[in-house]
Design a protein around this ligand. Structure first.
Ligand code: UD1
Length: 424
């Protein structure tokens, strides 16, 4: 197993390239199952989650090629060999459930293992299933698997109102509805940029979709979808993660490809905490306006609110800011596992249920810490940039799921960071 060593100190300076969005790519890849013609994605991120999705699609009979050093993913699902997604692959990544809607829509049946993924709460898939039931699917949960069957003649359009916003359930329902007979209306749908990106790709494949980016999406089913080439949207979570780096370590960093509209609520919070953010053709340039960042209160919400996937990174920054901050986690239970690790580095954090109280300190100290989930792992690296001495972040495989080439990207702007193998 590998660890990352970060030594604090020194301002950062330069440009960090931001990759295509992991969360968009993980829903764009299953979209290949909807058509017998090729789907090609450009600007793909190079991540272990993408390799897991590749294995899953290949196990279903899709052909998946990684080209241009992983930046291009060329897929073809002309000869699917079955509709069963096995536990062995699905358990590695919750997004595996996103093959369910497309398989059901294209083949009329699917058997998909219930997923695993990050340990950030219970994370059931009931909304995915209910939305598909609204399109006439018959579902049976047996032996840890969802056994799904479309009615004779295929899925049919229906109206479904999500009781609360779910990104994945919206994606599954949207994909399934493209091939359903008639009109599907999804109410209280998620509005995340990754869903808009999926919608644009499906439209390029011939789908009829209205209302992308709003909470009511209307889909007119078509008989078949064709091939397409689609560029994956910028990863706003990777973008936001690197935007915090100069705020915590000092200096000025440009996040190439960054767009403010992907992260407006996050940018506003950073500015309230004392960041200066400039948008240009080059991307987003970030630095501290004054000597030290200030405390702010944060509540996570579905898009366009403050993203839960940036809560851990924000907490790391607030641990070093002046004053007391309050963070409310509204999307996932148990998403403060980074707090005890930050405390090991000298942070003052008090977690009570879904909220955390942070009192900033200007003296974090390097320590040996453990990544507990994907975004938490990046928050520990950020804290390490601000800490005196060296921080060793273990269980880096969490990081590899969602951040490509972290060491290259951060050392490129002057951070002292290295990856080491614990096996010697
Ligand atoms: C996606 C993102 C993840 C992000 C999350 C919220 C991907 C691959 N992952 O996850 O990075 O943190 O959106 O922005 O895109 N829920 C249910 N039943 C369901 C589905 C969800 O109760 O059927 C709950 C979840 O437990 C959670 C909340 O709804 O508390 C939101 O989850 P959801 O938006 O579905 O997140 P994911 O799609 O899993």
């Amino acid at each position: 197993m590998d660890s990352i060593l970060v030594t604090g100190g020194g301002p950062l300076s330069g440009t960090i390239p931001i990759a295509g969005a992991k969360n968009a790519c993980l829903t764009l890849m299953p979209a290949t199952l909807l058509s017998d013609e090729p789907l090609t994605l450009t600007n793909a991120p190079r991540l272990s989650d993408i390799r897991t999705m590749t294995s899953l699609l290949e196990s279903l009979g899709a052909e998946v090629s990684s080209l241009s050093d992983g930046l291009v993913i060329a897929m073809s699902s002309h000869a699917l060999n079955g509709a069963r997604a096995d536990y062995d692959i699905v358990r590695k990544m919750r997004a595996s459930i996103l093959v369910l809607g497309p398989l059901l829509a294209r083949l009329g049946e699917a058997v998909v293992s219930l997923p695993g993924g990050c340990a950030i709460g219970a994370r059931p898939v009931d909304l995915h299933l209910k939305a598909l039931e609204a399109m006439g699917a018959e579902l049976d949960l047996r032996d840890g698997y969802v056994h799904a069957k479309a009615p004779k003649g295929g899925l049919r359009g229906g109206t479904f109102e999500f009781p609360f916003v779910s990104v994945g359930a919206t994606e599954n329902a949207l994909m399934a509805a493209t091939l359903a007979r008639g009109t599907t209306v999804l109410k209280n749908a998620a509005r995340e940029p990754e869903i808009v990106d999926l919608g644009h790709c499906l439209q390029a494949m011939g789908a009829q979709i209205d209302g992308l980016g709003t909470s009511t999406i209307t889909i007119e089913g078509v008989d078949r979808l064709h091939g397409a080439t689609h560029r994956v949207v910028t990863d706003r979570i990777e973008l936001g993660s690197y935007m915090v780096a100069p705020l915590i370590a000092g200096g000025e960093v440009t996040c190439a490809g960054g767009r403010r509209d992907l992260l407006e609520a996050f940018c506003q919070k950073l500015e309230a905490a004392g960041a200066e953010i400039t948008e240009s053709d080059a991307g987003l340039t970030v630095r501290r306006a004054g000597e030290r960042m200030r405390a702010v209160d944060v509540t996570t919400e579905p898009f366009p609110g403050f993203p839960t996937d940036l809560q851990a990174q924000m907490m790391a920054m607030l641990c070093t800011a002046e004053g007391a901050s309050h963070l409310e986690e509204k999307i996932f239970e148990n998403r403060f596992m980074h707090a005890p690790e930050l405390i090991r580095m000298g942070a003052h954090v008090d977690v009570r249920g879904g909220s955390a109280h942070v009192i900033g300190t200007d003296r974090l100290r390097g320590a040996q810490v453990m990544a507990t989930d994907l975004r938490a792992s990046f928050s520990l690296i950020l804290a390490g940039l601000a800490a005196e001495g060296t921080t060793k972040v273990g269980r880096v495989y969490h990081l590899d799921r969602g951040y490509e080439r972290v060491v290259q990207k951060l050392s490129g702007v002057g951070a002292q960071i290295a990856r080491v193998s614990d096996d010697g």
